[in-house]
Design a protein around this ligand. Sequence first.
Ligand code: NAP
Length: 317
Amino acid sequence: MTPQPRIGVVGATGAVGAVTMRLLRERGYERVRAFASARSAGGELDGGIVVEEATPEALAAGGLDVALFSVGTSASRELVPHAVEGGALVVDKSSAYRLEDGYPLVVPEVNGRRALEAVETTRVVANPNCCTIPLTCVLAPLHEAAGLRRVRVSTYQSVSGAGAQRMERLRNEAPADHDLGMDWSWDGDETDEESKLRAETRKILELPALPVSATTVRVPVMVGHAESVWLETEEPLSAAQAESLLAAAPSVRLVGVPTPGAAARTDDVLVGRIRPDRAADGNGLALFLACDNLNKGAALNALQIAELLVAGAPVAR
Ligand SMILES: NC(=O)c1ccc[n+]([C@@H]2O[C@H](COP(=O)([O-])OP(=O)(O)OC[C@H]3O[C@@H](n4cnc5c(N)ncnc54)[C@H](OP(=O)(O)O)[C@@H]3O)[C@@H](O)[C@H]2O)c1
């Protein structure tokens, strides 16, 4: 029997890392090590795994076949190269590598074949943004059937998308103080989340000129991101046709009203409210989707990439 891969979870104490550790446990992975900053080193996680400090030396020392990173962009830029030097294949969930040439940006259901390109080259696969993943799961089958001409999207993103500390802040906030936010960096007149959503969608769908206009909004919800999407296609596509395409799409589940609450702790992208876009000139559809940003929007997608890498390039010793 092939031994299991040796997996390092870097950022194991964070919002995404905790879900990654749970998924690994549920899937029966036993050769798992947990890494975080010096703040958490020495602490014990569920299952008795002791957290190690993610130093460059520790990661470069080898002993890992796969490293799943969820530490933030600057820490990824610093630490990922050391994990690669130590021989690991890396799946990185920050935006450090997503738009860099030579680094596949992968949603397994959409462009999984791209993951293996990294094995003999950069050894790093990038995991997309938590809104890009569900959006591309829904757009890909519609594009294949009718050709995408234009996409507009408005997001409703939960606080867990901003990490464990923001979740704690919402827990301690009075409901009367809840408000919407646009708490990303600004990139001209857009948030960087909006420009990421456009650039990542184009890269994954391999449509470099696709017009995408996004407005990203943080809402006082603990887990689960929702997106309102308006799309136009080259060929006519009725709401009923879109519904049957999406009913057959992997990791997509049709529901009446997709909400973050219904999506939380599920693996699927929930999609519904599929209807003609009454403001479009023609070939326009509107729909609504929701997805667990910590699970399929982050940890699960990355683990699925890791499983593609391990299957395609057996790494276990
Ligand atoms: N949250 C989401 O929905 C989501 C979705 C997709 C992608 N992502 C990306 O995933 C990454 C982590 O997000 P998160 O929400 O899990 O954040 P988080 O809850 O703030 O957790 C951050 C984790 O990174 C560790 N860390 C921070 N700086 C470090 C350093 N210099 N060296 C080693 N470990 C360090 C922290 O360790 P300590 O506990 O020791 O501080 C913690 O384990 C970000 O790049 C984020 O953009 C998040």
